[in-house]
Design a protein around this ligand. Structure first.
Ligand code: SF4
Ligand code: MG
Length: 333
């Protein structure tokens, strides 16, 4: 279709001693430059595996990746590792949850950022150093000139996260995939880093996929949202619609579990029950076992038939309930 990133029927299965784990089951989505897509779900919903598949990080493992992920005409699913290596960094950047996995302990932080710059730019060592110091400053690291020569273990968790973001951003990737980039950080630093990511994204007109379990973060910077459950998309659409015209019981549950300023107790209401076993997905709706509203759909249809993802006016939902039934549920809570 010519989208900047076009993902079609992406699936990932892992063979294990207990059988085949269906981690991602037929994901479809697309993204344009300048847009931010939030992928939301509980842990184990397939968010990270989806991003790993896009980054080619599952190549050479036992994972079975099928479907298509067209990025500028190249299929990231079938592209060999050599081709992937050319895209990683410059074209597609990634920020992980754990900065220590991205930073080498034996090299100074500045050196690593300068090296990332040199991979993608014809520049002298001195120019690379200047660019790295500049980027360290941009991500909010104080005294970047001095911090350049320090090792990752000299940095606090928040500073390491900023350093990793600097390393990803200095390559000016056209597509940035950030997996829980701020989860480990305190709220203030979290907000600063999200602001910075979206500022730099606007500056370079890049596309951003933000993977998170936190709908508050999504509300903050995303244009559209994709809600994952059991390796499937259960609801997708523009961020306002997901929040104010929610169409899926699981999304309703996630919204209900969000901390709000008005809740006096400050306690969350997590959705009761466990996600489905990815070794043996239920025949019907994968959310059936935890859904309060299955009876409403009638005739045991939720237990026997897997709902399709139906997209209307850019808003997708995978549920047997009709729109008016969902509106009723939403309004009675
Ligand atoms: Fe609940 Fe049925 Fe909708 Fe699944 S299809 S979310 S079980 S109402
Ligand atoms: Mg994860």
């Amino acid at each position: 279709t010519g989208a900047f990133l076009d993902v079609r029927n992406l699936s990932v299965k892992f063979p294990t001693d207990d059988g085949l784990v269906s981690a991602v089951n037929g994901m479809d989505f697309s993204l344009e430059r300048g847009q931010t897509l939030g992928i939301v779900g509980e842990s184990g919903s397939g968010k990270s595996v989806t991003s790993q598949a896009l980054m080619g990080l599952l190549k050479g493992t036992s994972a079975r990746v099928t479907g298509q992920a067209l990025f500028q005409g190249k299929d990231l699913v079938t592209l060999p590792e050599s081709g992937m290596r050319q895209l990683r960094g410059r074209n597609i950047g990634m920020i992980f949850q754990d900065p220590l996995s991205a930073l080498h302990p034996f090299y100074t932080v500045g050196h690593q950022i300068a090296e990332a710059y040199l991979v993608h730019n014809k520049a002298s060592k001195k120019q690379a150093r200047t660019a790295a110091v500049d980027m360290l400053g941009k991500v909010g690291i104080p005294s970047p000139e001095q911090r350049y020569d320090e090792y990752p273990h000299h940095f606090s968790g928040g500073m390491r996260q900023r350093a990793m973001i600097a390393m990803a951003l200095i390559c000016e990737p056209e597509l940035l995939i950030a997996d829980e980039p701020t989860t480990a950080l305190d709220v203030t630093v979290q907000a600063q880093i999200l602001d910075l990511m979206s500022e730099l994204q606007e500056e370079t007109n890049s596309a951003l996929i933000l993977i998170t379990h936190d709908l508050g973060v999504v509300a903050e910077i995303c244009d559209s949202v994709l809600v994952m459950y059991g390796g499937q998309c259960v609801e997708s659409g523009p961020v306002d619609e997901i929040f104010y015209d929610t169409q899926h019981p699981y999304t309703l549950g996630l919204l209900k579990s969000m901390p709000t300023l008005s809740s006096s107790s400050g306690r969350l209401n997590p959705i009761p029950g466990q996600p489905p076993s990815l070794l043996d997905l239920p025949k019907g709706c994968i959310f059936n076992a935890r859904c309060e509203y299955a009876a409403l759909a009638g005739d045991g249809v939720c237990a026997s038939q897997r709902p399709e993802l139906v997209i209307e006016d850019g808003h997708g939902k995978r549920c047997h309930l009709s729109g008016p039934q969902i509106v009723t549920i939403r309004n009675t809570r």
